[in-house]
Write a protein of this length. Structure first.
Length: 280
């Protein structure tokens, strides 16, 4: 034991003791010298995973670029074209406008791209494409259907479709109703705009009396009148409730004796009004 000095008066006695490390029995285990530490093992796995992902990325990129290169080769370019449903346009004009004469790649041809290329052809309504690899395609043309005829600004008769589009020249004896727009100040070609109601009505005419309709007039407000071959007229008004109005017209034709010049107002299908011809 060491001797303790007797403290002087007024001083505090402080005992300094040497710290003793506590040991727990049975808790120590020996680690092999070559065993990896947890942090080092995690970093090693991450490094290997990164290498694998980079390798996969390079492989996918190589395959994609190789596939694109293959599809650009001449064997995968359009060599044979079959056109179906073409009646009013020439095959040569279609091939040239669509760029198919230049042998585009098969992957570059689609229905949408062809429709855009052929939008200037009035008779072509839509296009569908089927591909037969490696270098053949079948183009099916869906042509517009004429529903009426109308005179243009040069007083030349033209076919008209349900959307009021000018489809091109029609013979004077064409067996379709003639559209007439009653506001000549806007008569350049009104049937795709203000006069489109006449084309719509023409496209909806039922077979029961469509052959008897000789003329369809439309005003600036869109009110439509049918002039029959008999001759009598049916005022439809706006192109709404067409089915009910057509049923009323068919009923009048079947069950009512009409005189030439009579005007039947079916704008309200449940309240028909028949008037005689206007006094001359």
């Amino acid at each position: 034991m060491s001797r303790r000095r007797k403290p002087s008066s007024g001083a505090r006695a402080v005992t300094l003791e040497r710290p003793v490390k506590a040991r727990r029995r049975g808790t120590l285990s020996a680690r092999p010298a070559n065993a990896p530490t947890p942090g080092r093992d995690t970093r090693s796995r991450s490094h290997r995973l990164a290498k694998i992902l980079v390798g996969l990325g390079l492989m996918v990129t190589t395959v994609a670029l190789g596939g694109q290169w293959v599809l650009q080769q001449s064997i995968f370019r359009v060599q044979h074209v079959t056109l179906l449903g073409l009646h009013h346009e020439t095959a040569g004009a279609i091939l040239a406008a669509a760029g198919l004469e230049n042998h585009p790649t098969m992957v570059g041809v689609s229905s949408g791209s062809l429709e855009m290329s052929l939008s200037s052809f009035a008779w072509i309504d839509s296009v569908s494409v089927s591909k037969h690899w490696p270098n053949s395609i079948v183009v099916k043309v869906h042509e517009a259907t004429p529903v009426a005829v109308a005179f243009d600004a040069k007083h030349e008769l033209q076919f008209v479709d349900a959307r009021g589009r000018d489809l091109g020249p029609a013979p004077l004896k064409a067996n379709y109703p003639t559209l007439v727009y009653l506001s000549p100040k806007d008569a350049i070609w009104p049937y795709g705009r203000a006069g489109v109601a006449a084309a719509l009505v023409a496209s909806k005419l039922p077979k029961a009396f469509s052959a008897q309709v000789s003329q369809i007039t439309v005003g600036a407000a869109g009110d439509v009148t049918l002039k029959m071959t008999t001759p009598v007229s049916f005022i439809l008004g706006p192109p709404t409730e067409l089915r009910a109005k057509f049923v009323a017209i068919a009923s009048v034709i079947a069950h009512t004796t009409l005189k030439p010049g009579d005007v039947v107002d079916v704008s309200v299908p449940d309240e028909l009004a028949v008037t005689g011809p206007a006094p001359s």
